[in-house]
Design a protein around this ligand. Structure first.
Ligand code: M6R
Length: 359
């Protein structure tokens, strides 16, 4: 199954453009219209708020998904950790609908929330890579991620499949609700372009390996910074790095640095700055310059239209709502090579299981 690959993680990173195209062929028709189950859209139409409840990487995908539903379908979204939500449930809206993003469909923290939600008689949707899983069977609705088995403990292709599936669903819901923003958002075309961008990035492995060597060879800690979707991406990039390379890594809202965390910056502290949002690019750049002046080793990952001379890595442009589908690829590769170069078992990091079936 591994073929020529040394680890499943690398194979699964490489599979992402294929997964994206597979999702498109499963959820769109020939003229680019998104097809989602009518009963699901009807149930979502009734909802006055969506509650995304998830863990780990799936929680990070939920953070990226939320603005898609808010902007394309006009429905407010709350995102919560499953391990917190069940025991500290916020005051719910009048007509909530629960969305459980989960690669395995077996995460115990989510299951306890689903049990409570069902007891309250509230509607639920599981979006999972395992259609036969407990959470898929027990929720009112289920959608498949079509990513194929994910073996490496560090989730990669499931993350991009989750974000892409949510983009497709948000657009379908927006159209169903007759929302102009959704009508103008050609999601099929955008995801097709993103698959091409991902392919370009997985083909640039050697360059990214060099960055990983430069940035992470001996460091004990690292930071990823960004704003908006770039911040959510930073959280996922940091989780990837820490879980397989054991480097203490933090994803940070770039503007929050100066409120405390900047005290941690020393000579050569690695800081990866993500610049893909035209509205906040200048601010994030200013934050990157601030940490550089204090000795940080900065790597800027910028989208083409926002790139400036000296940026270490330039990635293709896409819609600001969807840039994590592109910027995550170099970040996954940075984590992979950091782990590989330290001689670790990339696919089976210490203390972790692929699916977390205890609370
Ligand atoms: O199967 P799930 O998506 O529900 O799993 C959630 C987390 O346990 C999972 O994403 C975990 O954080 C991964 N190891 C991240 O790479």
């Amino acid at each position: 199954e591994l073929g020529a690959y040394p680890f499943y993680m690398l194979k699964e990173i490489d599979e992402q453009p294929v997964v994206l195209r597979r999702l498109l062929s499963n959820y769109t028709d020939a003229d680019g219209q998104v097809n989602m189950p009518e009963e699901l859209l009807a149930a979502m139409q009734q909802a006055d708020r969506l509650y995304f409840v998830a863990a780990g990487t799936s929680y990070h995908a939920s953070l990226v998904a939320a603005p898609l539903f808010e902007q394309l379908a006009g429905v407010p979204v709350t995102v919560a950790f499953a391990s917190e939500f069940g025991y500290h449930m916020p005051l719910l809206s009048k007509k909530p609908l629960f969305v459980f993003l989960t690669q395995s469909g077996e995460t115990a923290d989510i299951r306890q929330v689903l049990v409570k939600v069902k007891a309250l008689g509230l509607p639920s949707l599981t979006i999972t890579n395992v259609p036969t899983s407990t959470l898929a069977r027990e929720a009112d609705f289920a959608l498949s991620l079509h990513a194929g088995p994910e073996i490496a403990v560090a989730s990669t292709k499931a993350y991009t499949a989750q974000v892409a599936t949510c983009a497709l669903l948000a657009q379908a819901l927006g159209i169903y609700l007759n929302n102009d923003a959704a009508k103008q958002f050609d999601v099929a075309h955008k995801l097709t372009m993103i698959a091409t961008a991902q392919q370009q990035l997985v083909d640039e492995k050697d360059q990214i390996h060099e960055f990983a060597q430069k940035m992470f060879k001996t460091t004990r800690n690292a930071f990823y910074i960004g704003r908006g979707s770039d911040y959510y991406l930073s959280l996922e990039a940091a989780l990837k790095l820490k879980e397989i390379s054991y480097i203490q890594a933090e994803g940070f809202a770039a503007g929050e640095l100066k409120h405390g965390t900047i005290a941690l910056i020393e000579e050569n502290t690695p800081v990866v700055a993500i610049v893909s949002d035209p509205v906040t690019a200048a601010h994030t750049r200013a934050n990157a310059t601030e940490v550089q002046a204090r000795g940080a080793a900065v790597m800027r990952i910028a989208t083409e239209s926002l790139a400036q001379p000296g940026d270490e890595l330039v990635v293709p442009d896409t819609d600001p709502l969807l840039t994590p589908l592109v910027t995550i690829v170099p970040c996954q590769l940075l984590a992979y090579y950091a782990s590989l170069d330290r001689g670790y078992d990339v696919d089976r990091p210490r203390n972790l299981a692929k699916s977390v079936t205890v609370e």
